[in-house]
Design a protein around this ligand. Structure first.
Ligand code: GCO
Ligand code: MG
Length: 455
């Protein structure tokens, strides 16, 4: 008995069960019931196309750097001609091992499995390495995972947010980066962002930790480390950051929401003192005050200030986020979706956050591919406890390689309403942008005496 017959039988038996009343009206309603179940059968057939289970035919990594950032995207081919999925596996500092994990491990592992069973494939692939929860394998797994969600959306002929429960908001509110070597430059960029419609801006003086303000690279004079190592001092950064907030609040007003990323560049106790000194300027959130290795400091921070805190872009392991969320030691969970293993994990992190009033602020910088940004945005649209999204303007070359990139307008990110994640890849064009020569690792950052700083 095929699906169509099954649903008709179910429909009719419901009708026939009822006691016999006037024939004509019953005939009418039986016909109406039959028509409805036909429609249901039709839709179900269309959704599943009446085809046998969809098998995974192949999994491959695509490395490309259209704008110099090392992007890794996973393409999953299926047993249905022309039906494939794409997912983000971008780990800018280690792209090659991710590609090997995909091509040499996830491809043979996933081939022949039922593409519809995303959760089962996630769970079995996750434990297939026995050791798990690391950046390389999580990114590889994320690429496969997001691609399977993309396929399910295409199969259902719906944008992914529909499968995640539909829209909770019309678009995704975003923050943008406003940097500058001094507060006046930052002010100009804040004004420019406000003119573009942004309500949320992240303000930074130079690079993370404002190394341009550090003058005493004594380790260099002593020939310690290597010439490419950079110097970062605590005091100039801390004092200048407080002055920057004071300047922006006094020049740009009290409406604009201000965010800042400490990027774990100073000792935890210094970060606690900095956050307290920023309290008068009402930050929307302060990000990454501590490295994940010092998560215990969040208890002390919570006792001393109510400044909203965001954390998580460096997380790979549930042990890093479950406690912080369930003890309400942070206000925004900011994981990098591919670093935690994909959409299947991120939606569970969002669900956990809802019960502890922790909102999301997924990591969304340049070293997330357009597929990853689309995954961020689809989830942002569908969850209740959305907080804010880090938004970026994709450059033209990236847009050409990835047709269907999400768009930014008036400070909101929009996914395109195509089925699945809605982003495609032009593989031929992607191949024209090989990864840069430099492998991608971060050069050391040091204190004046040469001590290595967590980046
Ligand atoms: C952010 C991040 C990034 C990271 C980068 C690492 O908040 O956007 O801190 O800028 O440093 O993604 O590769
Ligand atoms: Mg950050």
């Amino acid at each position: 008995m095929n699906r169509r017959d099954l649903i008709q039988t179910l429909g009719l038996s419901a009708v026939l069960g009822a006691p016999l009343l006037s024939c004509a009206s019953k005939k009418g309603s039986i016909a109406a019931q039959a028509a409805t179940s036909d429609a249901i059968a039709d839709r179900y057939d269309k959704a599943t196309k009446g085809l046998p289970p969809l098998k995974i035919a192949g999994v491959k990594a695509i490395l490309t750097a259209p704008d110099g950032i090392r992007l890794c995207v996973v393409k999953v081919q299926t047993s249905e001609p022309g039906l494939y999925g794409l997912g983000c596996a971008t780990f800018n500092q280690r792209p090659l091992p991710v590609a090997v994990a995909v091509d040499k491990y996830l491809d043979p592992f996933a081939k022949g499995r039922d593409a519809d069973n995303i959760e089962d494939i996630w769970q079995t692939a996750y434990t297939s390495s026995y050791w798990r929860n690391g950046p390389v394998l999580n990114n590889a797994l994320s690429g496969l995972d997001q691609a399977l969600w993309d396929i399910k959306g295409k199969r259902a002929n719906m944008p992914l947010y529909q499968l995640l429960g539909g829209k909770c908001r019309f678009a995704v509110d975003c923050y943008t980066h406003c940097g500058g070597a001094d507060p006046a430059q930052v002010e100009n960029n804040v004004r420019r962002a406000k003119a573009q419609g942004f309500r949320y801006v992240r303000i930074q003086l130079g690079g993370y930790g404002s190394p341009h303000l550090s003058k005493q690279a004594h380790f260099k004079e002593q020939g310690f480390g290597s010439p490419s190592d950079s110097n970062m001092e605590i005091r100039p950064y801390v004092n200048a950051t407080v002055k920057m907030f004071e300047h922006i609040r006094s020049t740009c007003g009290d409406e604009v929401e201000l965010l800042h990323d400490i990027h774990e560049r100073i000792p935890p106790i210094e970060a606690i003192n900095l956050v307290k000194r920023l309290e008068p300027y009402r930050p929307f959130f302060i990000e990454d005050p501590f490295p994940p290795e010092a998560n215990e400091y969040f208890k002390m921070l919570r006792q001393q200030t109510s400044v909203p805190i965001a954390m998580g872009e460096l997380f790979n392991n549930p042990h890093e986020w479950v406690g912080l969320i369930s003890q309400q030691l942070i206000d925004f969970i900011r994981v990098h979706i591919s670093q935690v293993g994909g959409l299947t994990v991120a939606r569970k992190i969002a669900a956990l956050g809802e019960w502890f009033s922790v909102r999301t602020a997924w990591h969304g910088p340049g070293d997330v591919s357009p597929l990853g940004h689309a995954a961020n945005a689809h989830l942002d649209l569908a969850i209740h406890n959305f907080g804010i999204q880090e938004g970026i303007h994709f450059r033209n070359r990236t847009r050409e390689v990835f047709p269907g990139c999400p768009t930014l307008k008036d400070g909101y990110m929009y996914v395109n309403e195509a089925p699945g994640l809605g982003v495609d890849i032009n593989e031929e064009l992607a191949a024209k942008f090989p990864l840069p020569e430099h492998p991608g690792y971060w050069e050391p950052i040091r204190r004046p005496d040469g001590t290595a700083v967590r980046p």
